[in-house]
Ligand binder design. Structure first.
Ligand code: ATP
Length: 610
């Protein structure tokens, strides 16, 4: 290989990790009601080891993993020591030196593999790493995890849009977690949902990360195939909340065989072991006696003595210093989330393209419907109708369009927030900023296409005021849509809240009912309605300079009812000319309040989504 080639290869490797060992001693977990889940679990994972936590369903694998990670322990009472290089782990500190690959892979499916990693690098890598260094790290991780061939493929959305394979998705989840090059990695059921070939690939990747990278890896696993079983350095079997065995896979066969478990040839040993450690319905007593005997045997076995030695080795590393991940600049995280939201918004055909095309078509339609309306009594009604229609058109599409975002994003946001990658506020700000261009442009397109076709005031300032009012209406609708979406548990609930609210706001907007003559029981609703603020500004802007309007219909016939000047139109609607710009201020305040309420709702939902 050429020298240049050698340099490139060197660059593509992750830097060596500062290895760590993890041990746990006498871990006891019980529910608040006093039900024991784990009862005195000891163990250790040393650098370069891939350790599997195994056992029948309900044995306590996830509970042990959560205990080691200090996560999801609400409602449980935990005792025992967890030591990282000899030092007790204080609550939450393990997260800063380790990574956790969770069972369910959650991604923004519109991104490519490389884009996802670039954004994760910007979100996770500390402030001392330059943009070039972060790019290099992504390159190294792509090679390390074996994702270079699919780096430009879209991740896809399960069941909606085909993307990368399940095995690639799992490896992508690893890739994101090892960007920060952690020495300690936890994985929950990394092979669940994968076929045997993909599962083997995934465990092979983990094995390589442990052996080559000197990482310490702990994972839970369900009934692995024999080939996979042999790839673990250590297996820890849990049963009835106790350790049934901890040692190498080869030793496990010897130990369990001595404890009376038979392994017929051509059978998967892991299947047989898990079957033997399960409490089978209607045979509870028999199973409990057998399992208790196995656990007792292990306690007095030489394998348990080995575990005690590893633990001592782990404790002896007390002098090593550990460094956390470091700080990630807030602005960089905001920019990364903004990029992700922008890509997602503009690649989401149901939102971006549909919105632009729809508004262009509606602009043309309104333009043709009210084409060259003359200023007479019929014309006044048409102008008023067109102005109110603008508000409806901008509002409904915006509120319901924007509400689609939260159900898709929420699981990812909740996880990333709880993983400490960013606070919800940064995500929310980025999301709002990402919607700004789209939810400003589409309304402007509709107004610009139709405004002069209808025959509204040709004065450029009047046109610009219409645009500004339109943008504020759209942003009022967007902020309300976001607020309801952020605080609602599902899209269906968000829509069912928004529908009636919009009807109320529309009815109190000034066209259907006179704002000055509403029933006192509901007249306050108008002050929550941007229909009312927007319509008043639209009407004042169009009519206030019109001094005389003929009292005749479109065919020239005199009319009995007549609004003979712009001022009269404004007064008849109980509007006030002084409110033209005040309404802009009210809408701005409205937008800010809705954003703040939406943020609070999202924060609360995220906190509850543990
Ligand atoms: N917060 C909790 N409150 C009450 N019981 C709990 C709690 N967490 C876990 N358990 C109980 O502890 C037992 C062990 O659960 P755990 O999820 O750890 O098992 P597991 O071995 O991971 O099972 P599986 O393989 O099915 O995921 C189960 O009976 C479960 O119902």
């Amino acid at each position: 290989m050429s020298e240049a080639g050698t340099t490139t290869k060197k660059r593509l490797r992750l830097p060596p990790v500062k290895d760590v060992s993890l041990c746990w001693e006498n871990i006891k977990v019980q529910t608040k009601a006093g039900r024991p889940l784990l009862n005195g679990i000891d163990g250790a994972a040393l650098p370069g080891q891939l350790v599997a936590l195994m056992g029948a369903s309900g044995a306590g694998k996830t509970t042990l993993l959560n205990t080691l990670l200090h996560r999801n322990l609400k409602g449980l009472h935990v005792e025992g020591d967890i030591l990282l290089d000899g030092r007790p782990i204080v609550k939450g500190s393990i997260g800063s030196v380790s990574a956790y690959v969770q069972q369910e892979d959650l991604f923004i499916g519109t991104l490519t593999v490389r884009e996802h990693l670039n954004i994760q690098a910007d979100l996770r890598l500390h402030n001392k790493m330059s943009a070039a260094a972060r790019k290099e790290r992504v390159e190294a991780v792509l090679h390390e995890i074996g994702l270079t061939n699919s780096q430009y493929s879209r991740i896809g959305l399960g069941g909606v849009k085909k993307g990368i394979s399940g095995g690639e998705a799992k490896r992508l989840a690893f890739a994101a977690e090892i960007l920060s090059n952690p020495a300690l990695l936890f994985c929950d059921e990394p092979t669940t949902g994968l076929d045997s070939f993909m599962a083997l690939q995934v465990i092979h990747t983990l094995n390589r990360m442990a052996v080559d990278g000197k990482r310490t890896i702990v994972c839970t696993i369900h009934q692995p195939a024999s080939e996979i079983y042999e790839m673990f350095d250590k297996v820890l079997f849990l049963a009835l909340g106790r350790v049934a065995f901890f040692g190498t896979p080869a030793e496990s066969l010897i130990f369990f065989n001595k404890s009376g478990v038979l392994f017929p040839s051509h059978c998967n040993p892991a299947d047989i072991l898990i079957h033997n450690l399960a409490v089978i319905p209607f045979k509870e007593e028999e199973c409990t006696t057998k399992i208790t005997k196995i656990c007792d045997n292990f306690q007095i076995s030489s394998y348990n003595e080995e575990v005690l030695k590893w633990r001592a080795e782990c404790k002896a590393r007390v002098n090593e210093t550990l460094s956390g991940r470091g700080n990630v600049p807030l602005l960089r995280r905001l920019w990364a989330l903004l990029k992700r939201s922008l890509i997602d918004t503009f690649r989401n055909p149901s939102l971006a393209r549909a919105k632009i095309v729809q508004k262009a078509v509606m602009g043309l339609f309104i333009g043709l419907l009210y084409f060259r309306t003359d200023m007479n009594q019929d014309g006044v009604q048409s102008f008023k109708g067109a102005l109110f229609y603008y508000i409806s058109e901008i509002t409904y599409a915006t509120v319901f369009g924007i509400q689609t975002f939260m159900p898709n994003d929420f699981p990812v946001v909740a996880r990333e927030h709880h993983d400490g990658i960013y606070p919800v506020g940064i995500y929310y700000t980025a999301k709002i900023l990402s919607y700004l261009p789209l939810f400003t442009l589409d309304g402007m397109i509709m107004l610009s296409i139709s405004y002069f076709m209808v025959g509204f005031d040709r004065n450029i300032l009047s046109f610009l005021r219409t645009i500004v009012t339109g943008v504020l209406i759209e942003w009022s609708a967007a902020s309300m849509g976001l607020m309801i979406s952020a605080a609602s548990p599902s899209y269906a609930i968000a829509v069912s809240i928004s529908g009636p609210l919009l009807t109320m706001f529309s009815l109190t907007g000034g066209l259907f009912t006179n704002v000055g003559k509403m029933s006192p029981y509901v007249s306050w609703v108008q002050y929550l309605s941007w229909f009312r603020y927007g319509y008043e500004s639209f009407v004042i802007n169009q009519f206030r300079h019109i001094e005389s309007i003929p009292c005749e219909d479109a065919s020239g016939k005199p009319t009995t009812a007549c609004e003979s000047s712009g001022g009269q139109i404004i007064r008849n609607l109980y509007f006030d000319e002084a409110n033209l710009y005040w309404n802009w201020a009210y809408m701005l305040i409205y937008i800010l309040c809705a954003f703040v309420i939406g943020y609070s709702g999202l924060l609360l939902r995220t906190k509850l989504a543990r």
